[in-house]
Design a binder for this molecule. Structure first.
Ligand code: NAD
Length: 437
């Protein structure tokens, strides 16, 4: 990756486009509005609340991240999106049931102004959704062209300076990268011939990159995670990132397992189950969409624990993930983990985690941070996969010759060191030998 020479300042308005205006997206929009009006603090957002240490521990230089790297102001964000339902953001947020009516009413006027554009949608890829607010087109390529037109129109209408797109749409059925995803010529040909390996989320990603807009993928779908679009993003100087927001249970997994490994404690099994009742849960009730999510959730432990390096501790640990759609819980998921570990002389122990979490409350600040950091990356001339944003993802995208880094603490260090590197500051290794000379 090239080190940025200079970083353009965040002047003017920044458009935030989300394909999918459901629970996560509307919780982000409502939350940003409440924070802008001073009604709440942006809890959970590193870009808004985080600081970064610079130089030696004795220097006391710890600015806020957003001041250190000059991020766009919340007041300059303008929201838009697409959905298969015509509900405006207020109606969609009310149906999602994440925020209570007291908070929603404060943002009501603002949310009602955000109306979804017609979606590029195909039920073959999300079986449990029956949308009506959808685009018509002879080919998938035509649909992608229509999305591009929407983007240009939105930019003009709102007098935007820059834009970022984050996929907040449903999880699509499981697809593996194949021939048509290998290069741009095959990919474009496949869009034009309506090839089944081209899912709607890929059309949004293609449209964003074509328009020079950074793209992040919040779901486990392939979307932008294959060679054709990765190369395309590089050639168009567009930063991309993915995939699948790291919230809830996987967040806990990537906090706990590095600790167990650091202390060389063994693992014989990790059983995770969830109950959730939002639309995401309903979509994941379809085996095709669940398979995509399952693959995304299973990877983290394998990569963190490295069984090949530590066979006595992590070989053959049993890992199971279940997601159960249970409507009474709505967005307030319950995630249980039973963790069977062993210690000195192989004596077994157990850890139980019962996380009564709120999925979209955890996801919204992630989307905000991704928007602001991707905008920064774009202004800095960075392009292609932004691995330093792995911190936010369950299945981090990385260069083909690498394995993904899942450990939250390594990811956090990588993110902050990337910011230091971008700004020409010394990297921090935490060695600190000089304090003891
Ligand atoms: N909430 C979390 O903690 C979390 C964590 C990780 C990943 N995710 C992923 O983020 C995504 C959004 O989650 P959510 O809870 O907001 O789900 P949601 O079901 O509330 O919202 C998704 C919206 O996307 C719309 N949609 C589906 N296909 C579309 C298309 N082709 N074009 C435009 N709109 C489309 C749906 O109509 C729906 O309104 C899901 O894929 C979910 O798996 C969420």
């Amino acid at each position: 990756m090239r080190r940025p020479g200079s970083i353009a300042p965040p002047k003017g308005k920044l458009g935030v486009l989300t394909p999918g205006m459901g629970a996560v997206s509307t919780t982000l929009m409502a939350g940003v509005e409440l924070v802008r009006r001073g009604e709440s603090a942006p809890v959970g957002s590193l870009t808004q609340m985080g600081t970064i240490r610079l130089g030696k521990r004795t220097e006391s230089r710890t600015p806020k991240i957003k001041e250190f790297v000059k991020l766009a102001e919340l007041n300059d964000l303008v929201f838009g999106g697409w959905d298969v339902f015509p509900d405006d953001a207020f109606q969609a947020a009310t149906k999602a049931g994440v925020l209570d009516s007291k908070d929603l009413s404060k943002a009501e006027k603002f949310l009602k102004t955000i109306k979804p554009m017609k979606a590029a949608f195909d039920q073959n890829y999300v079986k449990n959704l029956h949308g009506t607010h959808v685009k018509k087109g002879k080919t998938k390529f035509d649909l992608a062209e229509q999305i591009r037109e929407d983007i240009r129109e939105f930019k003009k209408k709102n007098k935007l300076d820059r834009m970022v797109m984050v996929w907040c749409g449903s999880t699509e059925v499981f697809l593996r990268p194949e021939e048509v995803h290998k290069d741009m010529a095959s990919f474009e040909k496949a869009m034009k011939s309506n090839h089944p390996a081209i899912a709607p989320s890929m059309l949004y990603a293609y449209a964003a990159i074509s328009e020079g807009i950074a793209y992040a993928n919040g779901a486990p779908n392939l979307s932008v995670d294959f060679p054709a679009l990765e190369e395309y993003a590089k050639s168009k100087e567009v930063p991309i990132a993915g995939k699948d927001f790291k919230t809830g249970q996987t967040l806990m997994k990537t906090i706990l397992s590095p600790g167990l490994k650091a202390r060389m404690l063994g693992l014989s099994g990790w059983f995770s189950t969830n109950i959730l009742g939002n639309r995401d849960g309903e979509v994941l009730d379809d085996p095709g969409s669940f398979k995509t999510k399952e693959e995304s959730k299973l990877g983290a432990l394998e990569y963190i624990l490295q069984p090949k390096l530590y066979p006595e501790l992590y070989d053959k640990f049993y890992h199971k993930v279940r997601i159960n759609y249970y409507p009474p819980r709505g967005d307030n998921k319950e995630g249980w983990d039973n963790i069977d570990i062993f210690g000195w002389l192989n004596y077994p122990m157990q850890i139980k985690v019962d996380f009564l979490c709120r999925d979209s409350i955890l996801a919204a600040p992630i989307v905000l941070d991704l928007v602001l950091f991707l905008d920064l990356a774009k202004r800095a001339g960075m392009r292609g996969i932004q691995e330093w944003l792995s911190f936010y993802f369950k299945s981090p995208m990385c260069a083909p010759q690498l394995y993904p880094e899942h450990d939250l603490f390594i990811q956090s260090m990588k993110l902050k060191n990337t910011l230091r590197w971008m700004m020409g500051e010394e990297l921090i290794t935490h060695l600190g030998a000089e304090y003891y000379d």
